[in-house]
Design a protein around this ligand. Sequence first.
Ligand SMILES: C[S@@+](CC[C@H](N)C(=O)[O-])C[C@H]1O[C@@H](n2cnc3c(N)ncnc32)[C@H](O)[C@@H]1O
Length: 266
Amino acid sequence: MILFSELERWRGNTITRSFPKAIVPDRHWRRPSTKESEESLTRVQNIIGDFDAEYTMKYYDYWSQHYEKDLEILDYKVPDFMASKLAGFLPGREWENPSHSVLDVGAGTGQMAIALKKFDFKGTVDALDGNTKMLEKAREKGLYKHLEQHLLMDDSPMKFASNTYDTVVCCCAMVPALIQPECLPDMVRVAKSGGRLYFTTRATDGNSTFRDRVDVQLNAMKESGLIRITAEDVIPQYSWPVNEGDDDKHCISAVAICLEKLKNSE
Ligand SMILES: C[S@@+](CC[C@H](N)C(=O)[O-])C[C@H]1O[C@@H](n2cnc3c(N)ncnc32)[C@H](O)[C@@H]1O
């Protein structure tokens, strides 16, 4: 069970604004036990694997009908975690700057925009996602300034100009079946110099090869002087115990990595 003191710690000591408290309720740590929650969990688990983009997009065509209900049932809080941390990462009064521009890559149905609003972010948010049905749900919320349907692949970069966004976020979309680590340089490309990319990936043993590929990309950008890593946090409630008898450590299964871009891309 997560202690409240721990929750306060990972929400970030740098945050001084008064944000909603206790965004990760205790019950999150229990294996879902109702039939409804078992079904929701199954839909999450069904996309854990090495699926290709075509399969993944078909899956999201189907999952788009259940996605938000499933997240609610499973008490998904990663966007809240990221928004609250990001508020602390931004310098000065940037959080309240109406011209601060965020790009939400793999935006899905718009959970990140909801979280940013909840935490009183005053800038603008654009969305990019490969799946039209997920993006439609995001559009309905009216929280994004611009929505772009685009399947991001290492050979299919985003159409945005380089050095455009103050902040790029990618919440729970960089995992084997979804956006690949080789797309990280493109996400950095569209961020401004002095801006940041904040993204998650799984931290589980089963994801170690994928995480190695993330690190290859990060190290190459670090070595060329393009970025520096500014934060790497464990997300306590990223996923849920999968098997009967799994303990809490199975919940601590993702990292959120923040990096700062140090110079403009050509
Ligand atoms: C798990 S959802 C996360 C959505 C949202 N960020 C959230 O936290 O709820 C992953 C999203 O990534 C999108 N996606 C997967 N692969 C993609 C790709 N290669 N390019 C663009 N979007 C992709 C899916 O369509 C889906 O909407």
